[in-house]
Design a protein around this ligand. Structure first.
Ligand code: G3P
Length: 226
């Protein structure tokens, strides 16, 4: 499992990158608005994120266009920011059509707001490089987000979609809308390729009371040795 950071906050991204565990970044309009981002600085901000994480880390930047032509136009613009930009496109008819065009042009797409196996199958067939099912938002409506995402991971793994993707790359499922370290545990057990996590969750993933107690007792005992 690889870890992406689900944020537009450059400080968080730089901090997580310094830990040596960051494999990518996902943003969305809400996350960009949360850091006080403005429209005229959006592309420059995505460039700053790309520069911060380096060329091997995919950075998802989302279009808010609603027609296929506009999504394709946005997708081309976003992809031109840096080679590691992945265009985030919502799961909808216009998004599928635009994804096919973008993938045929060699532009990678992360199909987002994916909630069901049929949606995921269509996303995969449209040429999406990544599929992002949301866990927490399923939980929010009293459904089992983990179970839904596990079904998507299993279904995507049943088929070879490499004929549809850019350069025949393997499709990866990004478990998104992750709200806790326990969600990460479940995603790892189900075999999700990627978990995109808020920085708060990443910090919690490192910690365990027994780890902290163990460090403290080792340090205390080392004092006796000295
Ligand atoms: O990557 C999508 C994710 O940011 C959504 O998370 O917590 O807003 O449902 P959340």
């Amino acid at each position: 499992m690889r870890f992406f950071l689900d944020t537009a906050d450059l400080d968080e991204i730089q901090e997580a990158a310094s830990w040596g565990v960051l494999a990518g970044v996902t943003t969305n309009p809400t996350l960009y608005s949360r850091i006080g981002g403005k429209l005229d600085d959006f592309q420059a901000h995505i460039k700053r994120i790309c520069d911060a994480v380096g060329p091997d880390c995919p950075v998802s930047a989302e279009t808010v266009a609603m027609t296929r032509d506009e999504i394709v136009r946005d997708g081309r613009e976003l992809a031109a920011i840096a080679p590691n930009v992945v265009v985030k496109v919502p799961t909808m008819v216009e998004g599928l059509a635009a994804t096919r065009t973008l993938a045929d042009e060699g532009i990678r797409v992360n199909m987002t707001l994916c909630f069901t196996v049929p949606q995921a199958m269509l996303a995969a067939r449209s040429g999406a490089r990544y599929i992002s099912p949301f866990i927490g938002r399923f939980d929010d409506i009293s459904e089992d987000g983990i179970d839904q995402v596990a079904q998507i991971v299993e279904a995507v793994g049943n088929y070879d979609f490499t004929g549809s993707t850019v350069n025949g790359e393997q499709i990866e499922v990004i478990a998104a809308s992750i709200r806790s370290a326990n969600h990460v545990t479940k995603c790892a057990l189900m075999g999700a390729d990627v978990a995109t996590v808020p920085f708060g969750v990443l910090k919690k993933m490192v910690k365990h009371p027994l780890t902290e107690a163990g460090i403290e007792s080792f340090l205390n005992d080392w004092e006796k040795v000295k």
